[in-house]
Design a protein around this ligand. Structure first.
Ligand code: NDP
Length: 247
């Protein structure tokens, strides 16, 4: 029988894998998908570093999850120096980064290419595209040290056509970052997973989305990818709400 070609983190031959104290850094951890993923990861045995701008939200989550399992790091993902400090802080505190979930993101206003406010376009480029790329720049050395795992929140909007959506354009870029990174790290043992949700009921929207996914639904997708043995590379998880039943 063939021997697995690489072993990252924990035992490469058994699934599903528990976190076993491994370290997951999550950007955009102060709410929504990131916060739900932090809760699910700690329940699965991971230690988590929680990164976002709103320190009060992060501190509340650390208090909930336990200071032995969770660390808060205030960061603006649009600032590469901030992200470099974030990665250094996590390595200094926990000793490693086994997985990073580049999840911070933001949306824009309505109006399409004809009329949407262009300051929103700039913000989405800075947060969704550059913020993601900066997370990779800051974390890849530590991730490579551990033959670890990069997960990135793209979107179904980054895989399908959405009329007039600059947000979708940024998420197409995020999909491309994930595809390009996977080729860049081929042969290093590092795995890359794009998480591609449909509508999720989070603070991303001004109004509730009762027919959308719950953030916990997306968190389970993240944990599915994270819990595979090192020989299994989950490339993409597109997770959508089941269409409402016909009346
Ligand atoms: P939330 O608004 O609940 O969460 C967004 C997170 O991003 C917050 O933790 C926020 O933290 C963080 N963030 C935003 N800007 C910055 C910044 N400059 N620096 C650091 N952190 C930042 O929305 P979701 O949980 O829904 O969004 C998470 C990801 O999921 C995003 O990438 C989004 O594009 C994506 N997505 C969302 C979908 C949905 O329907 N909700 C569908 C598909 C993808 P803080 O404000 O504290 O900095």
């Amino acid at each position: 029988m063939a021997t697995p070609s690489h072993t990252a983190g924990a035992d490469a031959t058994t699934a599903p894998e528990a976190g076993n104290g491994r370290v997951l850094l999550i950007t955009g951890a102060s709410s929504g998908i990131g916060a739900a993923t932090a809760r699910a990861a700690v329940a699965a045995g991971w230690r988590v570093a929680l990164a976002a701008r709103r320190r009060d939200k992060l501190d509340a989550l650390v208090a909930e999850l336990g200071a032995d399992r969770a660390l808060a790091v205030a960061v603006d993902v649009t600032d590469l120096d901030d992200q470099t400090r974030m990665a250094e802080t996590v390595v200094a505190h926990f000793g490693a980064i086994d997985a990073v979930f580049a999840n911070a993101g933001t949306g824009g206003g309505p109006g399409g290419f004809a009329a949407a406010p262009v300051d929103g376009w700039r913000r989405m480029v800075d947060v969704n595209i550059l913020g993601c790329a900066y997370t990779l720049r800051a974390c890849l050395p530590a991730i490579k040290d551990r033959r670890g795992h990069v997960l990135i929140t793209g979107s179904v909007a980054g895989r399908r056509t959405i009329a007039g959506s600059f947000y979708a354009a940024t998420k197409w870029a995020v999909s491309a970052i994930g595809y390009g990174l996977r080729e860049e790290v081929r042969g290093t043992g590092v795995r890359v997973t794009l998480i591609e949700p449909g509508v999720v009921d989070t603070a991303f929207f001004d109004d509730p989305k009762p027919d959308g996914l719950r953030p916990e639904d997306v968190a389970r997708s993240v944990l599915y990818a994270l819990s595979q043995p090192a020989t299994v590379d989950v490339h993409e998880v597109m997770v959508l709400p089941t269409p409402p039943r016909d009346a």
